[in-house]
Design a protein around this ligand. Structure first.
Ligand code: NAD
Ligand code: 89Y
Length: 340
């Protein structure tokens, strides 16, 4: 399978290395308006062709798919362009600036007969996958409560300086992943409330958010995120999870242990990842999840089925982000939009 990577920036490097580690797939071209970036990628990863513009790339290369790792404001135009050229699409999160824009992209891709999948990798982290697997396997019975928590003081602005300038920061950039984990565990959300704060005075957007969600299945979950929490050791980029179910409870802790409590007692499972040989701590669990997501996408593409994080599925995650900002702004409970 032949693909092209659109965007040669900070996160694209993980995607490139992950593609190179997977059998039967080749990144035949890259594209970035910044010559130094595209030339570095072309050289470092032995890519055949490099372009300044996606239009030129799509006109000249015969491809099966594009992998969009460019900044969010470019996603819409790149998705439409790729759909016009009849290639399948993977797009980084958040794939559109609003649920309405997302809906029009999903419909456009459907009209053009191409698949749209979203690079939503956090639910593919090994420890998170293990929690999801045990919940779906009914090991704790029907869940009635969850807390999905992401709190650290890591300097994310160093590698991603645009985050410090974003008016919408932690919910749109990071909370989107944590909300997606909540959906993967408990299903879609009927209503939510949210409060936010900005603790770091040097950034524009919110760096702390606390949400309460009521899921369709009756479970309540708390999703909380912070980039203003000083801890030693710093748990970045781990997501910690507590779930209580009718038959037992699960606790995913920062030492990569998963505790399964039932009436019979407690089992402890190590949920450490086997790191890709190119991984760069502390990013290891995220980098492994990039490989896992891309492997899942390839498997689905080969089987002709939708990826778990299709555009349609991710619409409902994006709608939670929008609802969270509305709830925080109006200090009220909001019923999120959903794909129908
Ligand atoms: P970045 O700014 O480091 O890289 C983006 C690159 O895209 C730059 O090199 C830029 O020159 C290039 N670019 C700009 N316009 C383009 C266009 N029209 N066509 C092709 N390339 C273009 O940003 P980043 O931190 O790598 O983030 C990129 C995307 O990845 C964002 O959507 C971000 O939210 C997402 N991201 C996801 C994760 C994750 O874990 N899933 C982590 C970090 C970033
Ligand atoms: O951009 C973010 C993401 O998607 O995962 C972590 C991150 O890199 C910083 O918040």
């Amino acid at each position: 399978m032949k693909g092209a990577l659109l965007g040669c920036g900070f996160f694209a490097e993980n995607q490139m290395k992950a593609w190179q580690s997977l059998p039967g797939v080749e990144i035949a071209a890259v594209c970035d308006p910044d010559p130094a970036r595209r030339e570095r990628f072309q050289k470092a990863f032995g890519v055949t062709q490099a372009f300044a513009e996606a239009r030129e790339l799509l006109e000249q290369c015969r491809l099966d798919f594009v992998d969009i790792a460019a900044p969010t404001p470019t996603h819409e135009a790149l998705v439409r362009l790729a759909a016009d050229h009849g290639v399948d699409i993977i797009c980084q999160k958040p794939f559109a600036g609003s649920p309405d824009r997302a809906k029009s992209l999903i419909e456009y891709c459907a009209q053009k007969g191409v698949s749209l999948s979203i690079h939503e990798n956090f639910r593919f982290q090994y420890a998170v996958r293990e929690v999801i697997r045990r919940v779906r396997n009914d090991e704790i019975g029907t869940p009635f409560f969850g807390r999905i928590s992401y709190r650290n003081g890591f300097d994310v602005y160093k590698s991603q300086p645009y985050l410090a300038r974003a008016e919408r920061f932690i919910i749109e950039d990071l909370g989107i992943h944590v909300l997606d984990i909540a959906r993967a565990l408990f299903g879609d959300v009927h209503r939510l409330s949210c409060e936010t704060s900005r603790i770091n005075p040097d950034i524009v957007g919110e760096d702390v958010a606390t949400l309460m969600l009521r899921h369709d299945n009756g479970a309540t979950s708390i999703v909380d995120c912070s980039y203003a929490t000083h801890l030693t050791p710093d748990p970045f980029p781990q997501t910690l999870i507590d779930i209580d179910g009718a038959k037992g409870s699960l606790r995913l802790t920062a030492d990569a242990r998963l505790y399964l409590h039932t009436r019979e007692g407690c089992e402890t499972h190590r949920v450490e990842v086997s790191a890709p040989d190119w991984s760069t701590p502390p990013w290891t669990i995220i980098q492994e999840s990039v490989v896992a997501f891309q492997a899942h996408w390839l498997e689905c593409r080969r089987a002709g089925v939708e990826a778990d994080t299709s555009g349609r599925d991710n619409y409902n995650t994006l709608a939670l982000v929008e609802a969270a900002y509305e709830a925080a702004d109006r200090h009220t409970v909001v019923m999120p939009e959903r794909w129908s």
